[in-house]
Write a protein that binds this ligand. Structure first.
Ligand code: NCD
Length: 323
């Protein structure tokens, strides 16, 4: 099992993956999962395998896609809670560690964990013999989302090396941005424009990592300044559930971080617009959704949406981990 993950036992942080594993193992397996799904293959390669799903933190896509991926491959979800803090003995004061140790005693093949504090997945992994998949830990990381984002970029642009990307919004707490930025450290010639108000900038540890890995990055408050230069717009939500105060996304002083018709008019014809979702007011949906470049949710024709990529990447991850 560990070999299939390039020596990793748990999936905790994006910087732990190697480029070779992403390109030679994960992406081909994800393509295979897409083909299998489109064919309606009902084989059960993960029959008898058990997944536990623990979520402390709001989720639709991550939780649903892991569950659906597991069941579609014939595996079982033997225990799950959408609010582990409320519906387990954590409500009585039990620690995360004791929760994970208990579930280890019962046994399973994988534990998918979303936690509402940074470092939750690493704490769980420290006491777990069962592989832990970090499904988002507070303002920390969300490595499987970043892998799917990277896969969708590769699908649409046919390359990752040399792309320019604007990562926009609440960059301080946006864990999907953190994980994706770390993944770009594995590739060559990627240029990142971080676009956020001054109080929500990308964290210094990520900038240091990017410097060490020769990723060029620039910071600005106005997406209009970079809109004509980028191949990918990676828009993100204000992380209000993690304590960020809502702000005006089209503020001339604080920063212009909304995607609307004006941005579409400036953007390259073959660029793509991504968003990990959920989306609130940071994309003017009535203006942007009909555009071919918008691939975050339902797409026109046979273009793969980012949401669909999520199911295929999670099928691939579970297969590689458990088959
Ligand atoms: C993201 C998350 O939970 O970090 N959503 C997701 O998993 N698709 C982004 C967000 O909540 O803003």
């Amino acid at each position: 099992m560990e070999k299939r993950f390039g020596g990793l036992k748990h999936i905790l942080r994006a910087q732990d993956f190697s480029r070779k594993w992403i390109e030679e193992v994960l992406f081909p397996k994800t393509d295979e999962m897409e083909a299998r799904t489109l064919k309606g293959d009902r084989g059960q390669p993960l029959f008898g395998k058990e997944m536990i799903s623990l979520f402390a933190g709001e989720s639709l896509r991550t939780r649903a896609s892991f569950n659906i991926a597991m069941k579609r491959l014939g595996g079982e979800i033997t225990f799950e809670t959408e609010d582990v803090r409320k519906f387990s003995s954590m409500a009585k004061g039990e620690s995360l560690e004791d929760t994970i140790i208990t579930l280890n005693e019962y046994g399973a093949d994988v534990i998918v964990l979303r936690y509402d504090e940074e470092g939750g997945a690493e704490r769980a992994a420290a006491v777990s013999d069962i592989p832990i998949i970090n499904a988002g830990d507070g303002g920390g990381q969300h490595p499987t989302q970043a892998l799917l984002d990277l896969y969708v970029i590769q699908k649409h642009l046919n390359r990752i090396d040399g792309i320019s990307i604007a990562m926009i919004g609440d960059l301080e707490k946006g864990r999907t941005v953190h994980s994706l930025a770390y993944l770009f450290g594995k590739f060559d010639g990627v240029k990142i424009y971080f676009v956020s108000p001054d109080n929500l900038k990308i964290k210094p540890d990520i900038k240091e990592y990017l410097n060490r890995h020769n990723v060029r990055f620039f910071e600005t408050k106005d997406v209009r300044e970079v809109a004509s230069k980028v191949d990918v717009f990676y828009q993100t939500r204000t992380q209000t559930n993690l304590g960020t105060k809502p702000f005006d996304r089209a503020d001339e002083k604080n920063g212009f971080t909304v995607i609307n018709k004006q941005i579409l008019d400036l953007a390259k014809k073959d660029s793509i617009i991504l968003h990990p979702l959920p989306c609130t007011d940071e994309i003017v949906r009535s203006e942007v959704d009909p555009d071919r470049r918008a691939v975050y949710i339902k797409t026109k024709g046979d273009r793969m949406s980012q949401v669909k990529g999520g199911i295929y990447i999670r099928m691939a991850i579970l297969w590689l981990l458990l088959f």
